[in-house]
Design a protein around this ligand. Structure first.
Ligand SMILES: Cc1ncc(COP(=O)(O)O)c(C=O)c1O
Length: 401
């Protein structure tokens, strides 16, 4: 194929997770009893996509002229203000932001804005696969530090070592951190770990500019939501640029609306203007504007007190559904002797193991679908009814014996 540029000729098309999900669904449709722990969306106990009715209603009631018109490139000011307030609370006026299609768009802009072409982006050794796709696409290289130390805690020493190495080589660094409810491990940094991250960043920043991008895709599903760690995270801003990837996909169960934002915390006004301009330039040069109807509805869901109260109550019900699965998993999987990181909420957990690909293939014979990666099986509890958790755990334990 001479027309495709050489570097794009061998790119894989389908995401392997989508392929596994399709196989699980086909077998289920043929009448088999299947536990499908591959889907990265919250399903109810009947296997239907869980949604927040009040948000769906808000989307349906967006006036036609609002939905049809071009929104501003950077996003409607009321949307940006609502998101900044959600993330930064009383510091919202220090936000330099741009609307993005989901958190993916925000990660895209972070990767393209804070390290140069050809430079590396640093993240944890377990990470959401698209981090690499987003880096490859923009010709940045993704490198990782060991996520867990031997005690199973966030490996600050490895983070410190890699961050220093990167700064020595390229003079600047971008770190992607996904917490709470890290995908795929389910791990949430605790207060002490955020402080450790801040200490490392403060030390490393003497070698060059460090940007820490916090991917809060699951911000409202953790035992602590991201806002509870806000002040501690913002302390990092004395030494680094703190940027958030904000997404409505999970928080408002609107995966397809493609509503998100990148929000940089910039107390200095001149910096704030420069960062905001750079971000909106990137938006114009990548996708132009985002989904007007989606942003309008999500703005209302954030700022109108009655609607917000309904949304929060409906989300609390879904979170409780997920938390029951998490509790069932923790009890059963601990008793079965599975090794998995601290898991106190969120869509996924990960079983640490050898031979993950063989185990996942064997589990398919038992009608159980999980996602293998080097050294781990990702289990999407968000898509598994609580009643199936015992079967899921027992099958994994058997295949890992
Ligand atoms: C870790 C992580 N970050 C970001 C996203 C972004 O999702 P979206 O682009 O739909 O907001 C996802 C979605 O699965 C995710 O798992």
């Amino acid at each position: 194929m001479k027309y495709l540029i050489p570097s794009h000729r061998t790119r894989p098309s389908d995401d392997p997770i989508f392929a596994l999900n399709a196989e699980a669904k086909a077998r289920q449709a043929a009448g088999e009893s299947i536990v499908n722990a591959t889907v990265g969306a919250l399903l109810d106990d009947n296997g239907a996509l869980a949604t927040l009715p009040s948000v769906s209603e808000a989307i349906r009631s967006v006036p036609a002229p609002v939905a049809a018109a071009y929104p501003p490139i950077a996003g409607p000011p009321d949307f940006l203000k609502a998101v900044a307030t959600d993330l930064l609370g009383p510091h919202a006026s220090f936000a330099a932001s741009s609307a993005t299609p989901g958190g993916s768009g925000a990660l895209h802009h972070a990767i393209g804005s804070f390290v140069e072409h050809g430079q590396t982006v640093l993240t944890t050794s377990f990470y959401w696969g698209p981090y690499k796709t987003l880096s490859d696409q923009q010709e940045r290289e993704l490198v990782t530090f060991r996520m867990f130390d031997p005690a199973g805690r966030f490996d600050v020493a490895s983070f410190d070592k890699h961050l220093h190495q990167i700064l020595e080589v390229q003079g600047r660094a971008l770190v992607l951190l996904n917490s709470p409810c890290h995908n795929p491990t389910g791990y949430s940094l605790d207060a002490g770990e955020w402080d450790d991250v801040t200490t490392v960043v403060a030390g490393a920043s003497k070698k060059g500019p460090v940007t820490v991008a916090i991917d809060g895709a699951y911000a409202l599903y953790g035992a602590r939501d991201l806002a509870q760690d806000r002040d501690r995270i913002l302390r990092m801003a004395d030494h680094a640029l703190v940027v958030f990837a904000w997404s409505a996909s999970k928080s408002f169960t609107q995966y397809g609306a493609r509503v998100g934002a990148i929000v940089a915390f910039c107390p200095d006004e001149a910096d704030r203007r420069r960062v905001a301009s750079a971000l909106s330039f990137s938006s114009r040069g990548t996708w132009s504007t985002c989904n007007a109807a989606g942003m309008s509805a999500i703005t209302r869901a954030l700022v109108e007190p009655d609607l917000r109260a309904r949304v929060d109550a409906e989300r609390a019900t879904l979170k409780a559904l997920l938390d029951r699965r998490v509790a069932a998993w923790n009890d059963r999987a601990r008793a079965a002797g599975l090794t998995f990181p601290r898991y106190d909420g969120g869509f996924f957990t990960t079983v640490l193991c050898d031979g993950a690909f063989d185990a996942a293939a064997a589990l398919k014979q038992d009608g159980v679908f999980v996602v293998p990666q080097a050294g781990a099986l990702r289990v999407a509890l968000c898509s598994v009814p609580e009643r199936d958790v015992p079967r899921l755990v027992d099958a994994i334990a058997k295949r890992l014996q």
